[in-house]
Design a protein around this ligand. Structure first.
Ligand code: NAD
Length: 495
């Protein structure tokens, strides 16, 4: 069985310890991935440190050329990469294609790095004094990524980090690492010097070695909230810059005046696309008024029953399998919990069997009605194809409910009322907000990040915030006095 290797300094390195990688549609172990230790991390750090100075001194326009070629290679290899994503993650080919395209957008943004790093200049801030600020790379920086977007989330990080002049170490998810590695390796063909991009596989031990290493200056993390919080504390305690993006419970508020058929259709994709394994998935529909809830549920039930579910690598499907047996069992556990807590299961996907794939980790679409805020299925992130309907009486109540939740990643309002939409976008305490747009994932020229316990740190991912995250500002004041100016000692602050 092949081992998905580390990739350090342009070399493929294996580990004696490995972790199994499964095809979620069949339940079969298809590969082993190397499980790195502190020694592997140290090898990567040394390679990155050695490669950094020459890359830092490479003009941004030349660094951008690597990104232009990288984009072309990603487009050349799209079909192969999409197959790999789908095979290990379980999502459909079309969805894998979407993820890759959204990832490529970030490479395109990184191509603009000469413009993004232009800096700031003020002439004549004092007698013969000019001031300028420029943005310099940090050195060796690291990224730790989740299973649910094995291509896109790493592409949120390293194209900008590298374009800004840093050397990067990526620790992909151990659940679906092959496409992540395949994408990163294309950088070598794109002309990136060895050691600037490195991939180290593994789990907690690998991550902790990165967090504790003083040579690693910044860490970008995306994953679940408990891990994000611990990464943030441990990394910050070690003196690093950290951005740690966590979990979500995204609410869509549906007003009575909304086009319910349109809301139902878009909620189908937002709740059940990628089997709900998206940090921006809508997992709560807050319906204002009983009639709104009844109409929405009536419209969604037949659509849920008609979901085309199967192995993601087959064409024309709506939804694939969940990523692992453990995760499938966790999702099923939440469904049982919801029933015990008294929510009404209006659509039940638990008994779904995909013929020929009886060992796959499939769960059909589930819809809970009459969910209340104390229930665990409301409070916690399920990360599966389960939509909870909460009934409220007013938009203000819906906003207060959303704001009281510990997560604040994404949200959406369905309405035809502009005043209500404006009130909602002003008052909602969530980082990414949609109006009749259920998955308001910002394009690459804006940054991505939630509020509250969906993000630990100050700067969001990709876009303009990434330039700030992966560089440090240097403010220079320089004076070139005229030989005719008299000089004298000054002992007080110039006033
Ligand atoms: P996860 O937290 O289990 O794993 C994320 C990464 O952390 C992986 O690389 C994993 O190997 C590593 N890791 C796991 N346990 C660790 C530990 N104890 N110490 C150190 N590192 C550890 O997340 P996941 O299951 O891979 O991904 C799903 C989660 O990610 C969901 O909660 C989802 O909402 C979240 N997510 C958030 C965003 C966002 O932008 N906010 C985007 C995608 C996914």
């Amino acid at each position: 069985m092949t081992q998905v290797s580390h990739w350090i300094n342009g070399e493929h390195l294996t580990s004696e310890r490995t972790l199994a990688v499964t095809n979620p549609a069949t339940g079969e172990i298809i590969r082993q991935v190397a499980d790195g230790d502190a020694g592997t991390v140290q090898t990567a750090i040394e390679a990155a440190q050695q490669a950094f100075p020459a890359w830092r001194d490479t003009p941004p326009a030349k660094r951008a050329q690597v990104m232009y070629r990288f984009k072309a290679l990603l487009e050349r290899d799209t079909e192969r990469l999409v197959q790999l994503i789908s095979e290990e993650h379980g999502k459909t080919l079309e969805d894998a294609m979407g993820e890759l395209k959204r990832g490529i957008e970030n490479v395109e943004y990184a191509c603009g790095v000469p413009e993004l790093l232009k800096g700031e200049y003020s002439h004549n801030v004092g007698p013969s004094i000019d001031a300028f600020s420029n943005f310099q790379p940090l050195g060796v920086v690291a990224g730790i990524t989740p299973f649910n977007f094995p291509a896109m989330v790493p592409l949120w990080m390293y194209p900008m980090a590298i374009a800004c002049g840093n050397a990067f170490i990526l620790k992909p998810s151990e659940k679906d690492p092959t496409s992540t590695l395949a994408v990163a390796e294309l950088l070598e063909e794109a002309g990136l010097p060895k050691g600037i991009m490195n991939v180290v596989h593994g789990g907690r031990e690998t991550v902790e070695a990165l967090l504790d290493a003083p040579e690693v200056k910044a860490v970008s993390f995306v994953g679940s909230t408990p891990i994000a919080e611990s990464i943030y504390s441990r990394g910050a305690a070690a003196g690093k810059r950290v951005q740690a993006l966590g979990g979500a419970k995204n609410h869509a508020i549906v007003l009575g005046d909304a086009d319910i058929e349109n809301a139902a259709n878009t909620l189908m994709g937002a709740a059940y696309g990628s089997a709900g394994e998206r940090c921006m998935a809508i997992s709560v529909a807050v319906c204002v008024g009983d009639e709104t809830a009844d109409r929405l549920i009536e419209s969604m039930r037949p659509k849920i029953a008609a979901l085309k579910i199967g192995p993601g690598t087959e064409k024309g499907l709506d939804m694939g399998a969940l990523v692992t047996a453990e995760h499938r069992d966790k999702v099923l556990g939440y469904i049982e919990q919801g029933i015990r807590e008294g929510a009404e299961l209006a659509a039940d996907g638990r008994e779904l069997v995909v013929p020929g794939h009886e060992n796959g980790y499939f769960v059909g679409g589930c819809l809970f009605d009459r969910v209340t805020p104390e229930m665990r299925i409301y409070r916690e992130e399920i990360f599966g194809p389960v939509l909870c309907v909460v009934r409220v009486d007013s938009l203000d109540e819906a906003i207060a409910l959303t704001n009281a939740h510990e997560y604040g990643n994404g949200t959406c309002l369905f309405t035809r009322d502009g005043e209500a939409a404006r009130r909602f976008t002003d008052a909602i305490e969530v980082g990414m907000v949609g109006v009749n747009v259920p998955l308001p994932v910002p394009v690459a020229s804006h940054s991505f990040g939630g509020w509250k316990r969906s993000l630990f740190g100050d700067l969001h991912a990709y876009g303009p915030d990434a330039v700030r995250f992966y560089t440090r500002r240097k403010a220079v004041s320089q004076r070139w006095p005229s030989p005719f100016e008299a000089s004298h000692a000054e002992f007080s602050f110039p006033s």
